[in-house]
Design a protein around this ligand. Structure first.
Ligand code: BMA
Length: 336
């Protein structure tokens, strides 16, 4: 009999905005939309910008026929004005091999806004990096070889190199099942990536037994680079859930602190989930269930942070915390 896994609770330092009510969902979208989630958020030219995933045309069994990346702007990071057209679609990629674009992340570097996103192709999953200055024109700079995704960029060069966190899928070499870890690579120009190394293995996260992956692009603090990741456990006793025939995973949001000069060094990682699925949206009402998928972390001038996360692949939510508290949690799990 499979082992029952414990219930997890979010850390007390986290406050769900509006009790966990979504800040963006399908009712806010002026075009065909169903599931609005896994957004990337940043501040650019005086406004908050959000790019979000929109899955629609559910086939009634377990998959969506369409997926686009939408875009919205906000003055306060809470109320959003959604643009009347999607920001990035499969057709925009101009490559017949591409079947889906999704899970976008945003990072501003040297006054330009970079987008990392996942690209499904007929020959595997690729991680894309693109740049824009006006959210109209977008230039794709690089696409990884399969299988890689969940990429996030650091907001500045470190040691003269652009840096990213990423999550390859080494299936054959990790036992033929999910055992996926967080890696990092460096680049002189955003196009050519190398110097790849392991940042954190799934076995280092006490509340994951399946896989981990980068979540929100790292934020610079005096104490180090603060970054959110997702961590997944599987419990075979979990049965039918949500709209799916079978969903046995749980996704939690975790937090860690990386060394400013050498971000391949983890200063500390909070040993428990920072955000665990708890509200109805997160636990039971979505297309999936038990999913917290963080994609945006914004540090405000008053020392608070905004954490944006997708809830159960259906809606987008917001939580807040104090940056000092997050750093404190990471230091409790100090490794350096
Ligand atoms: C992952 C990705 C995410 C999604 C998560 C939970 O593999 O597909 O986009 O949020 O699963 O379903």
């Amino acid at each position: 009999m499979a082992k029952m896994l414990p219930e997890y609770k979010s850390s007390e330092v986290i406050t769900r905005y509006n009790g966990g009510e979504p800040i963006l969902s399908k009712k806010d979208i002026p075009y065909e939309a169903e599931c609005i989630f896994n957004a990337g958020v940043t501040k650019y030219q005086g406004k908050y910008v959000m790019v979000f995933r929109n899955d629609y045309r559910f086939d009634g069994r377990g998959a969506f026929g369409k997926c686009v990346i939408g875009i919205a702007f906000s003055q306060d990071g809470i109320r959003w004005e959604v643009q009347d057209k999607p920001f990035l679609t499969v057709e925009d990629m101009g490559d017949p091999d591409v079947t889906r674009v999704y899970d976008p992340r945003l990072t501003v570097i040297e006054d330009r806004c970079y987008l990392c996103f996942a690209v499904d192709t007929r020959h595997g999953l690729r991680g894309g990096i693109a740049v824009t200055e006006d959210f109209q024109k977008i230039e794709v700079l690089s696409l990884t070889v399969p299988d890689n995704r969940n990429m996030v960029l650091f907001p500045e060069k470190i040691g003269g190199r652009y840096m990213r966190l990423e999550r390859p899928f080494p299936v054959y070499s990790r036992g033929g099942t999910d055992r996926f870890d967080i890696w990092m690579s460096a680049s002189p120009d955003m196009k050519y990536w190398g110097e790849s190394r392991l940042l954190m293995g799934v076995e280092h996260v006490p509340y994951a037994n399946d896989k981990i992956g980068p979540g929100a692009p790292p934020v610079k603090t005096d104490a180090g680079w603060l970054t959110l990741f997702h961590a997944v456990d599987i419990d075979r006793t979990r049965g039918k859930n949500g709209w799916e025939a079978r969903w046995q995973k749980r996704y939690c949001g975790g937090i860690m602190l990386l060394d400013l000069e050498d971000p391949s060094k983890i200063i500390g990682m909070y040993q428990e989930p920072l955000i665990a699925p708890e509200t109805a949206y997160e636990v039971e009402e979505g297309f999936r269930t038990n999913v917290i998928f963080p994609g945006g972390l914004i540090l405000e001038e008053d020392g608070t942070v905004k954490i944006y996360y997708g809830a159960s692949d259906t809606v987008e939510c917001l939580a807040t915390a104090r940056v000092e508290d997050l750093i404190g949690l990471c230091r409790q799990g100090r490794t350096l």
